[in-house]
Design a protein around this ligand. Structure first.
Ligand SMILES: NC(=O)c1ccc[n+]([C@@H]2O[C@H](COP(=O)([O-])OP(=O)(O)OC[C@H]3O[C@@H](n4cnc5c(N)ncnc54)[C@H](OP(=O)(O)O)[C@@H]3O)[C@@H](O)[C@H]2O)c1
Length: 305
């Protein structure tokens, strides 16, 4: 099978397509024929070596966390899925070494979920990492219905899901976006929109969900409010009695099943910036690194249908 491999840390051009032995599903695993994977900021950090102190994996590595595809074989003891099922999954590649930029991926059935019915299977790869990150961080934050929440990077992959999930729970969302993204933020469910070219109002929201690396956004939170950040390099400093927590995404097939259902019901929209060829991982890394993508960049496998 073909996979995109990283032989050494470096520039995007290091990523090359290679022929690797097909994996076999171990007990408890499913073998998935990939329809698409997505490129996430963490893939850029692993590829460049900037996350090297956390990556204890041998080269060559297969990168990629997001996956959509079709179950091709079952490991011993798997009953949740059947051959032919359409699935999505998030694999914590940096910790486990199981990357999704491959035509066949064997992973634990417990971290997979049914793909949203009615959704394009390629587009379904936009859901797992960003959706799980948003949902888990909202839980860490503990924001309640009727409260107000500022989401920074609100039209980004995680921020966009955070806005949709929070609005669906009756939370009043203020979105912080770049100028020009105001309408997009409103279409996701933000009731108010602020732009990053203007000073932030101070003390106006109950809570902050920080996805843009904009630590100063904590100024918008009222005294004694709450904040959660998913960007450790720019963690907001606790001030004025505000509780600040960090959230790190975890594999979770049950939660992903719930999120898949929210796509089916129309509560969550799959936002796709572009679908590139499986072999174009380097191009996807360059485009994501340049900023300005709105929605996920997907890598579609040629053998998928
Ligand atoms: N802790 C975790 O488990 C976890 C999980 C997923 C992601 N993350 C991190 O979370 C961050 C967001 O990830 P993502 O996938 O959502 O990335 P993304 O799709 O690129 O979204 C980030 C958004 O923030 C915007 N932004 C950045 N700086 C801004 C500023 N000063 N003012 C206004 N908007 C700004 C970006 O706009 P431009 O594109 O125009 O710059 C983009 O819309 C990344 O740092 C990623 O590494 C952490």
């Amino acid at each position: 099978m073909r996979a995109t491999v990283l032989p050494q840390y470096g520039e995007p051009e290091r990523l090359v397509v290679a022929e690797l032995p097909a994996p076999a599903p171990a007990p408890g695993q499913i073998l998935v024929r990939t329809a698409a994977s997505a490129v996430n900021p963490v893939d850029l950090a692993v590829r460049s070596g900037s996350a090297a102190e956390y990556v204890k994996l041998p080269f060559p590595m297969v990168l990629g966390w997001d996956l959509s595809g079709v179950v091709e074989a079952l490991g011993e003891g798997v009953t949740r899925f059947a051959v032919g099922d359409r699935v999505v999954a998030m694999s914590a590649q940096m910790a486990t070494g199981i990357g999704t930029h491959a035509e066949l991926v064997a992973l634990d059935a417990a971290i997979a979920a049914p793909a949203p019915q009615g959704a394009d299977l390629v587009h379904a790869a936009a859901l797992p990492l960003a959706g799980l990150t948003a949902d888990q961080a909202l839980e860490v934050l503990g924001a309640e219905s009727g409260s107000s929440l500022l989401v920074t990077g609100a039209v980004g992959a995680v921020g966009g899901f955070a806005v949709q999930l929070a609005a669906a729970r009756g939370i009043r969302v203020t979105a912080l976006v770049r100028p020009g993204d105001e309408e997009l933020a409103r279409s996701l469910g933000a009731s108010e929109v602020l732009t990053s070219d203007r000073p932030l109002p101070e003390g106006v929201v109950d809570a902050l969900f920080e996805t843009a690396g904009y630590a100063g956004a904590i100024a918008a939170v009222r005294d004694g409010g709450r904040a959660v950040s998913i960007v450790p390099a720019a963690a907001p400093q606790a001030e004025r009695g505000i509780e600040v927590k960090m959230s790190f995404v975890e594999q979770d097939g049950e939660r992903l099943t719930k999120l898949s259902g929210l796509v089916e019901s129309g509560t969550l929209t799959l936002r796709v910036a572009d679908v590139l060829d499986f072999a174009d991982a380097a191009l996807a890394h360059k485009r994501l690194g340049a900023g300005g993508t709105r929605g996920k960049l997907l890598l579609a496998s040629l053998t998928a249908n």
